[in-house]
Design a protein around this ligand. Structure first.
Ligand SMILES: Nc1nc2c(ncn2[C@@H]2O[C@H](COP(=O)(O)OP(=O)(O)O)[C@@H](O)[C@H]2O)c(=O)[nH]1
Ligand SMILES: [Mg+2]
Length: 461
């Protein structure tokens, strides 16, 4: 999990302040010392750390008293706001040219994820904005680079422009844009070559491509796992090419976070997207505010909602939400829900987006893999219709029969039944919380998630 160390240290530091009715200057100093260490340890650029700690410290000491917040909460709010500002404040969107095609030039070192990200971005442009992209194979050096893009194009059912590897990238870019115009395509995404290190030959070639292609966005793709190197690379590329934005890849790995927190501040260029995996849908717009909340363990409810909306069948979810309200959920519903949740990605990643959940015990081990899914399915399918609807009738002999039928140990059947019951109980409590005396956080969360998403999977494993 990305940002783990930073997240934990910051949260521990903040936790010490949380309960305090009054925060002294000494408290703030002590806290800033810890924040400083946490950031340095996360490989954040030291100049960035210095100025961050200074700003937060000054604001925390000089804070106005707001009646609605305790001093501890105010410090959290300041840290959250400053982390957000550090990462660029608001979301930075792609440029869109009024006269299509909009040209995006992808640059970066070898292995950073340019080609993959080109495919992901094209896919996102089509899925989210209904645009028609053209993928352009302008890496004529790396063996099989063209083929890699063609494979992506095939997977996405999207056109790929190539002139083979004997034509210069400049010529390829020129002809690709002409082709896109003729075909009325909306976006041209140029996948350029990388090198192992920044070198002059590479930069000169990229400058030439830039001159010819006149890109609306020049996006640097950098690997977040490389930490401060990523920041230096960004600085180098920006000095030569005047980037318009950065895409940070491999944020699904356990990067310490230094690049995400330093790049904007060091280069002045915004992070526009983050890569969250190898699959073609694993690219997300970068929201500094949400990332800050995630780091501080305040959850990222917005991203969770969006993910849910993109992946969950709304009608089915709605029907289920109603069943949960009157507590008539069956094992069939349960299975269907599991399948939907599974489509959204690793469960523990999802759970960490929920406020407070990242601190909950057991979250680490929560995941539904294909094997577990198959076992659960086998067990449920071995129940009779009546048993699925009325788990209360599942006595010992029925459970033994189900175990035999599904080829699973009876303990596993017992566990599943127990989890199902617990979940039903929890659902009942949660829907009760929507009303008056409900806890503010949970209530806000639930209404934020709307009727179509009630997290019935929280306590499964
Ligand atoms: N885990 C993970 N892997 C990624 C991500 N983006 C790219 N990769 C992987 O990084 C490797 C290099 O990617 P590629 O697109 O060929 O890099 P290029 O040399 O810059 O074109 C491939 O194995 C990709 O699957 C990401 O966001 N997360
Ligand atoms: Mg490539």
């Amino acid at each position: 999990m990305a940002f783990e160390g930073l997240s934990e240290r910051l949260q521990n530091t903040i936790a010490k302040m949380r309960g305090k009715g009054k925060i002294t200057e000494a408290d703030v100093k002590e806290m800033m010392r810890e924040v400083r260490l946490a950031l340095l340890e996360a490989d954040v650029n030291f100049k960035v750390v210095k100025s961050f700690v200074k700003t937060v410290g000054e604001r925390a000491i000089g804070q106005d008293i707001m009646s609605s917040l305790t001093p501890g909460q105010q410090v959290v709010k300041i840290v959250n706001e400053e982390l957000t500002a550090l990462m660029g404040g608001a979301e930075s969107k792609l440029t869109m040219n009024n006269q299509p095609p909009t040209v995006l030039m992808m640059v970066g070192l070898q292995g950073a994820g340019k080609t993959t990200t080109t495919g992901k971005l094209a896919s996102l442009l089509r899925k989210k904005y209904n645009k028609k992209p053209l993928l352009v194979a302008a890496d004529v050096y790396r063996p099989a680079a063209i083929q890699q893009l063609q494979t992506l194009g095939k997977q996405l059912d999207m056109p790929v422009f190539t002139l083979g590897d004997q034509v210069s990238p400049v010529e390829i870019a020129k002809q690709a844009i002409a082709h896109a115009k003729a075909e009325h395509l909306d976006y041209v995404l140029i996948d350029t070559a990388g090198r192992l290190h920044v070198d002059e030959t590479l930069m000169n070639e990229l400058i030439d491509v830039k001159t010819v292609a006149q890109p609306d966005d020049i996006l640097l793709v950098v690997d977040s796992m490389t930490g401060q190197d990523a920041v230096n690379v960004a600085k180098n590329f920006d000095e030569t090419l005047d980037l318009t934005g950065v895409i940070l890849t491999k944020l699904d790995g356990d990067t310490r976070g230094g690049a995400a927190l330093s790049i904007r501040s060091v280069t002045g260029k915004p992070i526009k997207f983050v890569g969250m995996g190898e699959k073609l849908d694993a690219l997300e717009p970068f929201h500094p505010d949400r990332m800050a909340s995630r780091i501080l363990g305040m959850g990222d409810v917005m991203s969770l909602i969006e993910k849910a909306q993109a992946n969950v069948d709304e009608e089915k979810a709605m029907a289920l939400a109603n069943k949960m309200k009157d507590n008539s959920m069956t094992f069939d519903d349960f299975l269907e829900q599991l399948q939907q949740v599974k489509q959204m990605g690793p469960l523990d990643d999802l759970l960490k987006m929920i406020p407070g959940m990242n601190k909950m015990k057991g979250v680490e081990n929560m995941s539904i893999d294909d094997k577990q899914m198959a076992h659960i399915e086998a067990i449920i399918k071995s129940m009779t219709t009546k048993e699925r609807a009325e788990p209360a009738i599942l006595n010992a002999s029925r459970r033994r029969r189900i175990a035999t039928g599904s080829g699973r140990p009876v303990q596993e059947v017992n566990k599943l039944v127990k989890q199902f019951e617990e979940m039903k109980k929890m659902m009942k409590q949660m829907s009760g919380m929507g009303g008056k005396g409900g806890k503010k956080g949970m209530k806000g969360l639930m209404s934020g998630l709307g009727n179509n998403f009630k997290m019935p999977f929280l306590k499964l494993f």
